[in-house]
Ligand binder design. Structure first.
Ligand SMILES: [Zn+2]
Length: 174
């Protein structure tokens, strides 16, 4: 099930395969340029697997739920991350209420929670944050995205103050 994107020029619905989501494409009807996806993509299990297994760029996954206040607070930063990394990374949103099997697969017990995938592999595991991420923490992750060229993400840790802490390092895949 490919992602459907509506052409801003002619309204044509274009089916974008997972391998091309971070590419600049062309509308099948009017040939207008279609920019790479620059917003978080809501996914179910099937679309999640398709994108994680096939997309050639790093992927940040936001596990969230409607009832979760800290998730809503983090949503703005997540959206900014998607915009800032357009063409270089993808951002997926997993509604944990709708997709409990995905939460179980990645051992997500508390939300908001984030995982990073690259080349079909987990690079930054989901884990239980003891506190919701402060904006600065997520901003730090975003900054690392920004400084990346082509990259993979290596590790995560929780800092001594118990705040969710992403310690990320992007390195060129060679
Ligand atoms: Zn068009």
């Amino acid at each position: 099930m490919p992602v459907i994107r509506t052409c801003p020029n002619c309204g044509q619905k274009n089916r974008i395969p997972a391998t091309r989501l971070a590419d600049t494409g062309r509308c099948g009807a009017c040939k207008n340029e279609l920019a790479p996806v620059g917003e978080p993509i809501p996914v179910d299990t099937q679309l999640f697997d398709e994108i994680v297994q096939n997309a050639p760029v790093p992927i940040l996954v936001d596990f969230w739920a409607e009832w979760c206040g800290p998730c809503r607070m983090a949503a703005h930063e997540v959206a900014r991350t998607a915009a800032d990394t357009k063409g270089r990374a993808l951002v997926l949103k997993v509604d944990t209420e709708q997709n409990p099997q995905l939460s179980a697969r990645y051992n997500v017990r508390g939300i908001p929670n984030f995982a990073v995938f690259s080349g079909g592999q987990t690079r930054l595991a989901a884990g239980r944050p003891r506190r919701p991420p402060a904006d600065g923490k997520l901003a730090r992750l975003r900054t690392h995205h920004l400084s990346a060229e082509a990259a993979s993400l290596h590790r995560q840790c929780f800092d001594s103050s118990s705040k969710l802490h992403f310690r990320t390092r992007w390195a060129s895949i060679s």
